[in-house]
Design a protein around this ligand. Structure first.
Ligand SMILES: Cc1cc2nc3c(=O)[nH]c(=O)nc-3n(C[C@H](O)[C@H](O)[C@H](O)COP(=O)(O)OP(=O)(O)OC[C@H]3O[C@@H](n4cnc5c(N)ncnc54)[C@H](O)[C@@H]3O)c2cc1C
Length: 466
């Protein structure tokens, strides 16, 4: 089981909450992995196809170098997934059928961090360069994975990033208490020393046109993410104090990395009653961030019903279990409400320009034409006081930004940039990967998709790996 710093201590800082697993505890837990008949974790669970049983067996036998080599065979950035992945492998763990799953994610964390501590992870530049230049647009996990793979194959890779620093949501979104940015910087430094160039603060399509990019580079890999935020169009939405969750989280990241001198009053939860709308991971990150900023109270509302405590019959093993989950932020306090819709926002009594409350109602879910629809329950209206409202309702898809227009590419109705059978959204020289094509997803899937896009590119160009 994961071990965390005591709440009373961690609530006062933004340092990582999870502790490194103790070796004896880890080995005891991993011993259960060896009782497995036919493992499903690697093939059915992990998108990267990490050889989980082999890695666990190596750790159990104290063969740490073997474990590291096996891990790096399939996973270019285990230090990210080991901290952020919901551990899809554990969802399909055979042991998890009857008791808790084997802690594969923690084994991954121990292996990769030991590798760094023993100085085994060093820059590994390609042995020869090829005369082919690639521009990767976007430096989130998908762009970084594509850049890493193409650079390894000897291509000349430049990553263009519109933000001030690389990382995508790894840097501006995911709180430092989940992923310390020193971990991200360590990997960026390795990529740089391996030969990847980063051009940050450059928005492709605006600061540099698509045409110029294609003059400077032979191939473009688009990895711009799914960043069209889902809004709540109810009366009072325009009031001050109502923000998108990712803007709020990114502001806190910027303070911590020194880009902002401090949080303006508008952005901080200090002395405020906070309402988070959206019950997912982003919402949970807002809960933990708001407590650390000194919120008076934190509530999280979700329109969907409360998930079951255990698997329902239509969600059998080894599928990912769709069950109630509580993050480390939830353990820090606050209230979670389910099957609740927000119908309007009301002004604060002392300042009509600011939000003071949210009007809500309970909903039930009814099936019509094979789809579930929320229906407000009569006389169920209630009011939640709120001085800061954070909209964490996810993303509807990729942004139809100037670069896509310039390249003549269109986002489809599902909000994704569609790819053809060759894995490309356009001509021979354009590839795409990550949330931009998958829709809002997970770090591990974005990394996997970046790798697959790079492999496709290399195969189509007939380039054998270096
Ligand atoms: C708050 C939050 C918490 C999350 N927590 C988790 C978690 O715990 N575990 C997990 O697995 N997943 C988590 N996710 C999801 C995960 O972060 C995403 O699935 C993943 O980052 C997607 O990777 P990506 O590379 O496709 O896109 P992104 O990470 O979105 O990166 C896209 C990058 O492209 C850049 N860009 C876009 N357009 C341009 C342009 N025209 N020119 C230059 N640059 C451009 C953007 O600035 C950005 O840096 C979280 C997401 C959020 C928002």
């Amino acid at each position: 089981m994961s071990a965390y710093r005591p709440i009373i201590e961690r609530i006062h800082d933004f340092l990582p909450v999870e502790l490194m697993p103790e070796e004896p505890d880890l080995r005891r837990d991993l011993a259960r992995c060896q009782d497995c008949g036919v493992p499903f974790c690697h093939a059915s669970g992990c998108p990267l196809l990490n050889a989980v049983p082999e890695i666990n067996a190596a750790v159990l036998g104290g063969r740490w170098l073997t474990a590291l080599i096996r891990l790096l065979d399939t996973s270019p950035f285990p230090e990210f997934t080991a901290r952020l992945c919901p551990a899809l492998c554990e969802g399909s763990c055979v042991q998890g059928l009857h008791e808790s799953a084997v802690p594969c994610r923690q084994a991954e964390l121990a292996v990769i961090e030991r590798g760094f501590a023993e100085n085994r992870i060093r820059p590994c530049p390609p042995q020869r360069r090829r005369d082919l230049a690639v521009a990767v647009i976007g430096s989130g996990p998908a762009g970084l994975a594509a850049a890493w793979r193409l650079n390894q194959a000897g291509l000349r890779v430049t990553v263009y990033e519109k933000d001030a620093r690389p990382g995508g949501f790894l840097r501006y979104g995911i709180p430092d208490f989940k992923l310390g940015k020193d971990v991200l910087d360590r990997r960026i430094r390795l990529l740089e020393r391996e030969g990847v160039l980063f051009e940050c603060g450059v928005e492709a399509g605006t600061d540099i046109s698509g045409r110029l990019l294609l003059q400077r580079h032979d191939i473009l890999v688009l990895a711009g993410g799914a960043r069209q935020k889902r809004d709540l169009s109810v009366s009072g939405r325009q009031l001050a104090g109502i923000h998108f969750a990712t803007d709020y989280l990114a502001a806190q990241n910027r303070v911590l990395n020194g880009e902002l001198p401090g949080l303006p009053e508008e952005w901080t939860a200090r002395n405020k009653r906070v309402l988070v709308i959206g019950g997912g991971d982003t919402g949970a990150d807002c809960v933990g961030t708001a407590w650390r900023q000194g919120a008076v109270s934190v509530r999280q509302v979700e329109i969907m019903p409360r998930p079951p405590e255990t698997r329902s019959p239509d969600n059998p093993w080894p599928e990912w279990p769709r069950i109630l989950r509580a993050s480390s932020s939830h353990a820090e306090g606050g209230e979670r409400l389910w099957s609740v819709t927000t119908t309007s926002f009301a002004q604060a009594r002392d300042d009509p320009s600011r939000v003071g409350a949210a009007h809500c109602a309970r909903v039930s879910w009814e099936e019509r034409e094979g789809r579930l629809h929320p229906v407000s329950i009569e006389n169920s209206a209630f009011v939640l006081p709120a001085d800061l409202v954070l909209l964490a309702m996810g993303f509807t898809g990729a942004l139809p930004d100037p670069l896509l227009r310039c390249l003549g590419l269109k986002i489809d109705e599902s909000g994704r940039l569609p790819r053809n059978a060759g894995g490309r959204p356009g001509g021979r020289e354009i590839y795409a990967c990550g949330d931009m094509t998958l829709g809002p997803s997970l770090v591990v899937r974005a990394i996997n998709d970046g790798l697959r896009a790079a492999e496709g590119l290399l195969a189509q160009r007939g380039l054998a790996p270096n």
